[in-house]
Unconditional design. Structure first.
Length: 293
């Protein structure tokens, strides 16, 4: 049984994926893929993969996969159904690797666990995934489009001073600060913003003291809900209205506090990163005209 972890900037990984794909081609002329993570489904759809035989339950399915067999949820897989489908490869998220990998090893089923934590890691995983599912040309094209988009964007905002930004993410329990290692933190970095309280180390969402926020005094504050619950917007409004600490910050004084939509910025997977970065450009560099769309 071969287990592969798709991760960022790993040369040995790419070699192992190529070897894995070669071995599987020899074992079966017709690949049979099972997907145990909903976020992988749109990636396979965009890559044009038709060899999916099993898929976890999800709210939305592309037309390509609507007739595919259901194999439970990511947290409660139907292992009997998976065995009956006789897959040649199972694709899952590295978030579920610790729980799922032993199950597949026990059943001698090849598996790969994909890192989708940020846009940057997602793109690297797509590059590595291509050879494994015989979609190398399509995955390379996707990666090239990302690189061209980012390079064009950076060239056009290169001479601008980077604004300092505080990212607040909210849920039903309140708010936290987003690190660079979070999906939103990575998007801000790609867009050229300076995360004043972010770090590339530690948890993706961290608590920050009022003293630290005051000292950082960001030019811009971004507020991002982590779900579509309307109470999060209410929480942010009450916090900023009733806590005088916010009133002294330049971002608040200059009316540079922005509420970003969950559908674009709050989700883990950023397939439409272009939309997110273009929206961020309008906030970070409002006077800059660019050709990036």
């Amino acid at each position: 049984m071969k287990k592969v972890i798709l991760n960022i900037f790993t040369v040995l990984l790419l070699l192992s994926l190529t070897a894995c794909a070669t071995n599987q081609a020899a074992e079966s002329d017709t690949p049979k893929i099972i997907v145990t993570c909903p976020e992988i489904i749109p990636i396979l759809d965009r890559l044009g993969v038709d060899e999916v035989v099993g898929i976890v339950e999800t709210d939305e399915l592309p037309d390509r996969f609507k007739a595919v067999a259901q194999i439970g949820s990511a947290k409660d897989l139907d292992l009997a159904a998976i065995e009956d489908l006789k897959p040649t490869l199972i694709l899952g998220s590295n978030r579920h690797e610790e729980q799922q990998a032993p199950l597949f090893i026990e059943r001698d089923i090849d598996s790969a666990f994909i890192n989708l934590a940020t846009t940057t890691e997602m793109i690297q995983s797509i590059r590595d995934l291509g050879p494994l599912i015989d979609q190398e040309e399509q995955s390379d094209k996707w990666v090239a489009e990302f690189q061209e988009f980012i390079q064009t964007y950076r060239n056009e905002v290169l001479d601008n001073e980077r604004p300092s930004v505080l990212i607040l993410v909210g849920d039903q329990d309140g708010y936290h600060v987003a690190n660079e290692t979070s999906p939103m933190g990575n998007l801000l970095k790609l867009a050229g913003g300076l995360n004043v309280l972010g770090s590339e180390y530690g948890d993706i969402y961290v608590a920050a003291s009022e003293e630290a926020i005051k000292e950082a005094n960001p030019d811009i504050i971004l507020r991002v809900p982590l779900s579509m619950d309307d109470s999060i917007a209410v929480m942010f409004e009450q916090e900023f209205s009733h806590n005088e600490m916010w009133h002294d910050l330049d971002a608040v004084t200059n009316e540079s506090v922005y509420d970003l939509p969950y559908q674009v910025f709050g989700t883990d997977l950023q397939l439409d990163y272009q939309v997110a970065i273009v929206q961020l450009r309008g906030i970070l560099y409002p006077l800059t005209n660019t050709n990036v769309e």
